[in-house]
Design a protein around this ligand. Structure first.
Ligand code: PLP
Length: 408
């Protein structure tokens, strides 16, 4: 059966018509004759004022009033509208980076005395930021293994304010069981917010807000942008929650610049094509690696062998282009061997980040998860010899030959 056929994505209504996600990626809002088909890059940092602007600001509607680009800007609003439609959200806000979006999420939701819970398998930068902020806010930080509802249940009390997970995790491809997590929180900790980092799955893989999450954010630097030429983030949810985050974006100054906002809008137009190709190639490469004698394990949720494969089939419309594998070490130093393999690759570039059109390889234990202690890395499942691949849109056979050569 075709992937995602069990749970086809519902149509999203836009301007009175029902459009599917791939169409929303390219849809051009109707405009007057002579209007451009792509949003203009409005570089102005400031806008002419009149009485209406003063009145709107006095009425608490500064976030919707063109006055100063740190508050809002037409290029930002164009891409925010596109992403909100894709997420099925009341509102989306773009930020200077994924970390800036997370920063606003944390500051707009947490109060002293509350608790945040992270999946142990979440992106390392999320752990790092929470570890910096939570003690200063007087907020307790706890960890559970992905989807461990038994560990979550006793932590559900009046202090639990935020549970953060990745819908599809970097680099182990854990799939968050959002419907069951949301149901448990609704029953046992109704004040708690479920926040989802949907960077790897993208809004075309899953719309977390429809599965019980209250806030969803992305590193737009990755699949949404898709070309490794911008840094950005986006946060989506109800108008009320996003307005609270807007205050932090504006006051802490984490807004996106209009130039990357334009690039982001352009990148999203090809998201459906890119992700379909990247998912298909990633699956082919994961299957190739799973059969390879030098590979001990492959962490790709599209493989039957992945512990979250059934969840992926239930909850994701594609399996994405990022996965990791563990080298079967011939010596006592699996990490050193992993680096040698990475450096023998010719088509995969050794570089950080993911989600671009070009294939990348890295050793995540000392890159994305470097802030964790050695023990924490092992506990999260990041064993020595782990190599992360971000699969691009090159010919799959060229990529397979590259891996075969490097592993030989
Ligand atoms: N979330 C995930 C899953 C990531 O991989 C990253 C960056 O690598 C981030 C968030 C942070 O995003 P940014 O680098 O755009 O700040």
């Amino acid at each position: 059966m075709e992937w995602g056929a069990e749970n086809p994505m519902e149509n999203v209504a836009k301007e009175g018509r029902a459009l599917r996600p791939a169409s929303l990626c390219v849809h051009v809002a109707t405009g007057a004759a002579g209007a451009g088909l792509v949003p203009a890059i409005v570089r102005s940092s400031t806008f002419r004022l009149d009485d209406t602007v003063y009145a709107e600001r006095a009425a608490g509607r500064a976030e919707r009033t063109l006055c100063y680009t740190r508050e809002t800007n037409p290029t930002l609003e164009a891409v925010e509208a596109r992403i909100a439609a894709l997420e099925g959200a009341e509102r989306s806000l773009v930020f200077a980076s994924g970390q800036a979006a997370l920063h606003a999420l944390l500051l707009s939701t947490l109060e002293r005395g509350e608790r945040v819970l992270l999946f142990r398998q979440i992106y390392g930068g999320t752990v790092d930021l929470c570890r910096l902020l939570c003690p200063r806010l007087g907020v307790e930080l706890e960890f559970i293994d992905a989807n461990d509802l038994d560990a979550l249940a006793p932590l559900c009390d009046g202090a639990l304010r935020l549970v953060l997970c990745e819908s599809l995790s970097n680099p182990l491809n854990c799939v968050a069981d959002l419907p069951r997590l949301a149901a448990l929180l609704r029953a046992r900790a109704p004040r708690a917010i479920l926040g989802v980092d949907a960077t790897l799955a993208s809004p075309l893989g899953q719309r977390p807000l429809e599965l019980g999450a209250q806030l969803v954010y992305h590193s737009a630097t990755k699949y949404l942008g898709g070309h490794s030429d911008l840094i950005g983030g986006v946060l989506s949810g109800s108008a009320e929650r996003v307005k609270a985050a807007w205050l932090w974006r504006t006051k802490a100054g984490g807004c996106m610049d209009p130039e990357p906002a334009y690039l982001l809008d352009r990148g999203i137009r090809t998201l459906a094509l890119r992700l379909a190709a990247q998912s298909a190639t990633a699956l082919a490469l994961a299957r190739f690696l799973e059969r390879h004698p030098r590979v001990a394990r492959v962490h790709y949720c599209g493989l039957d062998s992945h512990p979250h494969h059934a969840l992926a089939r239930e909850l994701l419309h594609h399996t994405g282009g990022l996965f990791s594998f563990v080298l079967r070490a011939a010596t006592g130093d699996a990490d050193a061997e992993a680096l040698r393999v990475i450096r023998r690759l010719e088509l995969f570039t050794e570089a950080a980040s993911l989600g671009g059109v070009e294939s990348l390889a890295s050793r995540p234990r000392d890159l994305s998860q470097v802030g964790l202690s050695a023990e924490e890395r092992l506990r999260a499942g990041l064993e020595p010899g782990l190599i992360r691949l971000s699969v691009g849109i090159e010919d799959p056979l060229d990529l397979e030959e590259d891996l075969a050569r490097a592993l030989a």
